[in-house]
Design a protein around this ligand. Structure first.
Ligand SMILES: [Zn+2]
Ligand SMILES: [Zn+2]
Length: 364
């Protein structure tokens, strides 16, 4: 009898998750099959469940960042390090695939995250095309998917605990160019914001201030390296005056918005110092608009304001390196709430949606 694998599927927006059976795929040359060990549940999956992302080819198998053991390969597959991918190796892979490096955005604008050809495991591949998401007993690695070994120094639970949020945070902190001793405010300390705090700390930032409405998240941000916290229980005016106290009335050198609230973008422009940098990476889906006062908040302040979309292979690669180097002291592993088995993904999704878990990881 042909082997089959189970996977959790979003059949359509706002419909309960279904567990479906998929046949074992035939491997193309250069392809591999992973037996999934861990996959994560993040805010993007909540948006996908509610149909809030455009151009999603439902039904889909969600799960964009995953760790697995190589079950099969066809032909020789090498990592960018030059190491072969062999059966039994524990690996993770860049969820983004098919970036073309042949279009205007890839070649002229140097913005491959805006390449119109890029596809993402667990988001823009349909379940009708096979095991192309992580909430599954097995994941099909199409030829060219960028895999990387999880070294002995890196517990898989640490990498997946940081997960997509760690990769996004690395891109945002890079973009902000955080320098030694600079002050950084992080608006929203969900999974992206927590890793922004940790990476700002590893970058040698001075004051690192987490801003959020959930007390547990603020407490956890301190474990990630926040030196101060500001609660949304304070009024906007009180928050601004607290920020002034912390920065000698200048405002922060860097503000990274990772909350997904439109109002936080306007507040980020208020919290940043003159000539500072604001990075917006929390608006992966359309959460509405906000009024900005261009004279006071941007032009006169001489502010640099940048949007950060997706990530490139280099961010993913370095996130794995950072996990191996700093995972023992930065509590990515403790950030994720563990769930056991595919049947638990509904509960995991629910916990992320209700914000009772910063991040959920499913052991499959
Ligand atoms: Zn994610
Ligand atoms: Zn392209």
């Amino acid at each position: 009898m042909a082997k089959t694998y189970q996977a959790a599927v979003f059949p359509a927006p706002n419909v309960p998750i279904e567990i479906r059976e998929f046949p074992e795929p035939e491997l193309e040359q250069g392809a591999a099959l992973l037996r999934t060990m861990y996959s994560e549940v993040c805010g993007t999956d909540v948006h996908l469940h509610h149909g809030k992302l455009s151009d999603v080819p439902y039904p889909i198998i969600p799960g964009h960042v995953s760790v697995g053991a190589v079950a099969k390969t066809r032909g020789k597959i090498k990592t960018v390090q030059g190491d072969y991918i062999k059966e039994g190796d524990v690996v993770t892979f860049l969820d983004v695939h098919e970036t073309c490096y042949n279009c205007y955005y890839c070649l002229v604008a140097d913005q491959p995250t805006r390449c119109p050809h890029r596809r993402v495991y667990g988001i823009t591949y349909s379940a009708n095309d096979g095991l192309l998401g992580g909430w599954s007993e097995a994941i099909y690695m199409k030829p060219g998917v960028k895999m990387i070994h999880i070294s002995k120094e890196l517990a898989p639970e640490t990498f997946i605990g940081g997960g997509c949020g760690l990769v996004t945070a690395l891109h945002a902190v890079d973009m902000a160019g955080v320098r030694l001793g600079e002050s950084v405010a992080v608006m929203g300390v969900g999974p992206v914001g927590q890793s922004v705090v940790a990476l700002a700390s590893l970058s040698g930032a001075g004051e690192i201030v987490a801003v959020d409405g959930v007390a547990d998240r603020l407490a956890f941000a301190r474990k990630m390296g926040a030196t101060q916290t500001i609660s949304l229980d304070l009024s906007k005016k009180e928050r601004l005056s607290r920020a002034h106290e912390l920065t000698r009335s200048r405002g922060f050198d860097v503000v990274i918005e990772a909350s997904g609230h439109p109002a936080a973008v306007s507040e980020a422009l208020d919290l940043v110092r003159d000539g500072g940098r604001v990075i917006v990476c929390g608006h992966y889906t359309d959460n509405g608009s906000v009024e900005i006062h261009p004279h006071w908040q941007i032009n006169r302040k001489h502010v640099e304001l940048r949007g950060c979309w997706g990530s490139r292979y280099e961010h993913f690669h370095r996130a794995v390196e950072i996990g191996a180097r700093w995972g023992a002291t930065t509590p990515w592993r403790a950030m994720a709430h563990p769930y056991e088995g595919l049947s638990a993904v509904s509960d995991a999704l629910d916990a992320v949606e209700r914000r009772t878990a910063v991040k959920a990881v499913v052991h499959i």
